[in-house]
Design a protein around this ligand. Sequence first.
Ligand SMILES: Cc1cc2nc3c(=O)[nH]c(=O)nc-3n(C[C@H](O)[C@H](O)[C@H](O)COP(=O)(O)OP(=O)(O)OC[C@H]3O[C@@H](n4cnc5c(N)ncnc54)[C@H](O)[C@@H]3O)c2cc1C
Length: 438
Amino acid sequence: MVVIGSGPIGAVAARRIAETGRAVRILESGPAISDPPGSHVRNQDRFQRDPDSYLAGISSDFTYFDETAPPRELPGACVTAAVGGQGVLWTNNCPRPAVSERGELLSPAEWDRNLGAAERYLGVTNHTFAGSVRQQRILDRLAPTLAAAGREIREQPMAGRLVDRATIHYVATRDILAGTGIPIETADVQRVIVEQGRAAGVRLADGSTVQASAVVVAAGAFDTPILLHRSGIRHQALGRYLTYHPVLYSQLVLDAQLCGDTDDLPPRLWIPPAPDAPWNTMVLRDTNPVPPSPPDIDLPSNQLVEMQSFCPVDNHPDNTMTIADDGAVRFDVPLREADNGRMAAVLADQHELAGALGRFRAGVEPQWMTLGFAHVMGTCRMGASDDGTCVTDEFGQIWGTENLYLATVGVIPNALAVNPTLTGAALAIRSADRLLAG
Ligand SMILES: Cc1cc2nc3c(=O)[nH]c(=O)nc-3n(C[C@H](O)[C@H](O)[C@H](O)COP(=O)(O)OP(=O)(O)OC[C@H]3O[C@@H](n4cnc5c(N)ncnc54)[C@H](O)[C@@H]3O)c2cc1C
């Protein structure tokens, strides 16, 4: 069997297949950008010592579709061709989707089973930063007010572990595949070869072919639809219903009573989406890419936390990623009234939370990150019937094929507020199980 793409979701699918004893290989078009290949870039000493340099340090690892595009054409949309995909760059937050945003394709028991398996493969732990003084104090301060509003705050599940007080090990493809012996082969897949509804293998850029008994396309939310289009697989829903997260970012200077010692562990807290606040917020000390202004230039790290709020954009059939025959890609995802209303509420929410914890750091007041950078989903959605609104069945199997599956956050059919990789991995495990049962 062949998995196309070595990002975290491709790695999870490949591992699931390998655990049954079946032979599987991963084909990856990008080079190794970390040492050892497929390990997390952020595990390097320089980023452990200076986390705020991280996003600048990885900026050359992104290829943008069109950075000059207007906001509705997603200037932030980008891909990373690398061993490990964007999973060697991510910030590893792995919340489960709220029950209200899971949709009806899986039963509650199936969600629990597959999310649990995905958490094991991704090494997700909930209590990594339990020793953080700031974390406990922020939690104590915010919990009562949030509870009164039907919301909660808790530790942020994360794919990683603390090696020592100054070192976090971030999980990436290499960790997911550890001990499996699954090879990652350099191969730029040009098309999936489908004959009478069966995937026979793939054709590579050098003209050679790789035969396969089944193919799983795990090329990310953008390159998966592009590869399908190039392969002549062009379902009506391909590239439609696109959803993503506008991200509101800020940094706070904490009240003195909330600060820990200078060697305090960084906090990593999560305010899950709730019916009256359907967005996803993290309060954490992770990495700050935004230059502060006077008088807040030099502040000790133990006085600071960031807030990141992920605001879902409603699914709409006219939210499109259009792929032309020459491969050119164009996005059109206008923010509609409900999206703008939600974004205004998120901004008000960050102001309220900041008021309860301290104040915004000068220069790092709330700002929207470039639209389209984070968490694009729905580009090749799954669904219950072949009615033109989805590309695959509820197991990720492309309609009209027998052995061609997708494993990507692109299959997530509904607008999700939480960071999507864990959900994508859970769905990929379920898809792999269906493939193996076939
Ligand atoms: C800075 C940053 C922080 C993030 N933080 C979080 C977070 O905290 N939590 C979270 O849930 N998500 C986060 N994400 C998103 C997360 O990284 C993605 O959801 C995840 O990487 C998707 O995994 P994937 O395997 O589907 O795709 P990718 O990681 O994009 O991997 C796809 C792979 O397919 C390969 N490929 C593409 N086309 C071909 C082809 N034709 N032939 C061969 N190979 C091909 C690519 O080279 C790539 O390696 C973050 C992303 C970034 C950039």
